[in-house]
Design a binder for this molecule. Structure first.
Ligand code: GCU
Length: 129
């Protein structure tokens, strides 16, 4: 099946704001996380069946410093300190993926910044089977 896109601007944001001042984003904007550890976002999504899914995060990081985030699915960290490396510009968007098990029905996918720089700018999560 086709991947399902979940725009960051529609998810539950912790310590961040929706902005649209950097071109190239999907939807109406992206999330600019506060530059603080603990900033993050939680997506709630529905899976038709249990199994391994590819979680693709589209982001931009106009700095040269990695902005790692913990990736948690249904409350369990599946990728600690996942790298969101510099993309060269705030208008240059890249995708990074995590493979994780989803359960049939409702699931949560949460990203939490682990350093004082906070997260990158996040455009969307795309979930593929
Ligand atoms: C700049 C940029 C923001 C970004 C921020 C940051 O202010 O315009 O989009 O989120 O840097 O460093 O996080």
């Amino acid at each position: 099946p086709a991947a399902t896109r979940h725009e960051a601007e529609n998810a539950a944001i912790t310590l961040g704001v929706v902005e649209s001042n950097h071109a190239g984003h999907s939807g109406t904007g992206f999330v600019n996380f506060d530059n603080v550890a603990g900033s993050g976002i939680e997506f709630t999504l529905t899976a038709a069946s249990a199994g391994t899914a590819t979680l693709a995060f589209r982001f931009a990081n106009g700095t040269t410093a990695n902005r790692p985030m913990d990736v948690a699915v249904n409350g369990s960290v599946v990728a600690a300190g996942k790298a969101f490396n510099g993309t060269g510009a705030w208008t240059t968007w890249q995708t990074t993926t995590v493979s994780a098990r989803l359960e049939a029905g409702t699931n949560t996918v949460r990203l939490t910044a682990t350093t004082a720089n906070g997260g990158p700018n996040l455009d969307y999560l795309e979930v593929g089977a």
